[in-house]
Design a protein around this ligand. Structure first.
Ligand code: NAD
Length: 487
């Protein structure tokens, strides 16, 4: 029986490379049935602010699989990226990107005889991709970075399972927990907890800047790396560079109910419509999708044909500059792969083996809500009030103290500017912008209500513009907020 999937060809080079890949699939008698859906730039232009038609949404939710070409989000129209929206709305929490040396694709490392075979698993929903940003004053923009315990656990558990499935031995967690102690700190804490359930896998952690240095100097020392969303985005493009560029970087966005397979690269507007785009990244993504759906014999046969074709020196214009043969267009490159179906590369190629179960699609009956902290004791101990002000720290402290005149339960403990303490102590060399954080904490032994805290902010608002408010919480006696630099 054929597996039904939704296919969106995308914008720019999307239709060219999707047609090439589907022709290769057809030549291999792949048992998929496609429903072509309408998504991308033209649907934004037609007034669908989500970038897709209702029929597209229905088909994707019905089949649970979207195979997509790259899509352009119109700039300057205030609409959100269709690519990011699709990943978030359908909760495809793990973005898996496999990078490996391909014979016939010359890189600095292949020339040095150093093979690369590593997988990046990037958290795909949270982090700064929540897109929650505000201009608090004309001079100061802030963005919320959301890292959650359930979200981290989902992607980290996926990464450990993926490592087992692939027969790898190691998983590293890339992070910046030395600076972002609560957000990246939470991601790392969850990684270390989940690692205990996988004693057969060597789990380690590495600060992301050190990781980048080691990836360009010794990439062969890594097998799999799990990262938060933005860091994973940047590190995975770095890895694409290690194996020959974006033309060779496939990606799978895996969720519990819906999964999306696409290339890492974009619509390549500079070469769109010229018939010269490299379809390899989308083909590799499609091969990953076939394995995911249990069509592993087709996946192995197509992968072997691709590897053989590359090994023979066939190439599109974006690689193989030193090759004796001229660059092929997208169609001719696909024809070369089709002609090589049944052939295997020199190392014997890959074999059919199921990477995944076929149980990829379930329909939830309500929005899933995950809670993990039922046993944790919470205590509210104060508030950070962010205000707009042009005055010096001492003057602002006097204003802040005045706002406490009706409330004896609190004291003013600190004022910071751009995260650096400027009151009660600070440095005259610290330069200021017009947004301060004023920290009030309850006095020891007092019992306070949230309403009282909001009253402090309300009283303060009579003297200065209050931009936002964040409560200070303790969880099981551990502080749930950071100290200011210099505090
Ligand atoms: P891009 O990946 O489209 O192009 C970067 C460079 O790589 C260009 O020089 C391009 O010609 C080349 N390139 C990319 N894919 C290629 C291929 N298959 N064969 C040969 N050369 C290839 O990145 P960009 O220019 O920053 O973005 C263009 C558009 O794509 C933007 O609208 C962006 O939002 C969108 N985009 C979409 C996705 C997605 O759909 N998942 C991802 C990234 C960017």
């Amino acid at each position: 029986m054929k597996t039904k999937i939704a296919v969106a060809k995308g914008d720019g080079i999307g239709p060219e490379i999707m047609d090439a890949v589907l022709r290769i699939f057809d030549a291999n008698d792949v048992q998929l049935e496609y429903e072509f859906v309408e998504m991308g730039k033209s649907y934004f232009d037609a007034g669908h602010s989500t970038g897709m038609t209702a029929a597209a949404k229905e088909a994707i939710e019905k089949y649970g699989i979207l195979f997509k070409g790259p899509m352009e989000t119109p700039k300057g129209k205030g609409v959100k990226s269709i690519n990011v929206t699709a990943r978030k709305v359908w909760n495809t929490y793990a973005n898996q990107r496999d990078f490996r040396t391909l014979n016939g694709v010359d890189t600095v490392f292949s020339k040095a005889g150093i093979p690369i075979n590593l997988t990046i698993v990037r958290e795909n929903i949270e982090d700064t991709y929540g897109g929650i940003e505000h201009l608090l004053t004309y001079d100061v923009a802030v963005g919320r970075r959301i890292i959650t315990r359930p979200g981290s656990e989902q992607v980290i558990r996926y990464a450990f399972e993926m490592v087992r499935r692939k027969g790898y031995k190691k998983l590293a967690c890339g992070h910046k927990a030395n600076i972002m102690k609560l957000t990246d700190g939470l991601f790392l804490e969850v990684f270390q907890q989940v690692a205990k359930e996988y004693p057969d896998i060597e789990a380690s952690d590495i600060i992301v800047d050190d990781l980048c240095m080691k990836l360009v100097s010794k990439p062969q020392s890594f097998e799999a790396i799990v990262l938060t969303n933005l860091q994973g985005d940047i590190v995975s493009d770095l890895c694409a560079g290690l194996v020959g560029g974006l033309g060779f970087a496939p990606s799978a966005n895996i969720g519990d109910n819906i999964s999306i397979f696409e290339a890492v690269h974009g619509t390549a507007p500079d070469i769109a419509g010229r018939g010269i785009a490299n379809p390899t990244a989308l083909l590799l993504s499609g091969i990953g999708m076939l394995r995911f759906l249990g069509h592993s014999a087709n996946a192995a046969s197509i992968e072997n044909a691709l590897l053989y074709t590359l090994e023979q020196g066939a190439h599109t214009g974006d690689f193989g500059a030193n090759s004796a043969s001229p660059a092929l267009g997208t169609t001719a490159f696909a024809d070369a792969i089709i002609a090589n179906i049944g052939k295997k590369p020199a190392d014997g190629g890959v074999f059919a083996s199921d990477d995944f179960t076929t149980d990829h699609h379930r329909t939830p009956i309500k929005n899933k809500l995950t809670l993990t902290g039922a046993h944790v004791v919470e205590e509210m101990i104060g508030v950070d009030v962010f205000v707009e002000s042009n005055v010096q720290p001492d003057e602002l402290a006097a204003v802040a103290k005045k706002s406490l005149r009706f409330n004896d339960n609190f004291e003013l403990v600190m004022i910071s500017n751009r995260g650096t303490q400027v009151w009660p102590t600070g440095s005259i060399y610290t330069e200021l912008v017009n947004e301060y954080r004023i920290r009030f904490e309850k006095k020891p032994g007092t019992d306070i209500k949230q309403k009282e805290i909001l009253h402090i902010a309300a009283d303060l608002s009579e003297a200065v513009k209050v931009c936002s408010v964040e409560f200070l919480m303790n969880f099981d006696g551990k502080i749930g907020y950071t100290l200011a630099q210099g505090q």
